[in-house]
Design a protein around this ligand. Structure first.
Ligand SMILES: Nc1nc(=O)n([C@H]2C[C@H](O)[C@@H](COP(=O)(O)O)O2)cc1CO
Ligand SMILES: [Zn+2]
Length: 163
């Protein structure tokens, strides 16, 4: 009998890896975000990435970050964040007591949805908007609501997948 493999990926690497993979579907030219919701017994319940709502074409809606003079539109009023997409993509019932893995710390709007959906823990990777009003509001609400948020500790493992 041979011993089991020892170089298998950990649960955390698996779920954060899935979150990052999901973010690779994003058409946002500046920031791609992915999220993965996991049950207390380590089952993936849902995934999401940032994009425009159904029916809102990536070729017609703007991906600009700043208003330009003639069109005067940015992506911000239109884009659905990865975390909200992951919550809304779940059609199986309650998300009470689940864990969310996300490649970027949630904004204040997603924080409200996370709290109200009953998600108890957020594992995030980047926090590149740390200190902004939205980021601070999200943390303040998580603290008040008892949602735990922990930064993912990178293991340095490279996961390469040929598709
Ligand atoms: N937690 C998040 N989840 C997300 O899905 N997003 C999305 C909204 C935009 O599509 C993009 C941020 O664009 P930018 O401001 O870095 O060019 O990422 C943003 C955040 C940040 O709070
Ligand atoms: Zn958000």
């Amino acid at each position: 009998m041979s011993a089991k493999r020892s170089d298998y990926i950990s649960w955390d690497e698996y779920f954060m890896g899935v979150a990052h993979l999901s973010g690779m579907r994003s058409k946002d030219p500046n920031t791609q975000v992915g999220a993965c919701i996991v049950s207390p017994d380590n089952k993936i319940l849902s995934m999401g990435y940032n994009g425009f709502p159904k029916g809102c074409s990536d070729d017609e809606f703007p991906w600009e970050r700043e208003n330009d003079n003639d069109r005067n539109l940015t992506k911000y009023p239109f884009v659905t964040h990865s975390e909200l997409n992951a919550i809304l993509n779940y059609r199986g019932g309650s998300l009470e007591g689940t864990k969310l893995y996300v490649s970027l710390f949630p904004c204040n709007e997603c924080a409200k949805a996370i709290i109200q959906a009953g998600i108890r823990t957020v594992v995030y990777d980047s926090d590149k908007y740390e200190g902004t009003p939205s980021n601070r509001a999200a943390k303040r609400m998580f603290d008040a609501a008892g949602v735990n948020y922990v930064q993912y500790r990178k293991t340095g493992r490279m996961i390469r997948i040929e598709v």
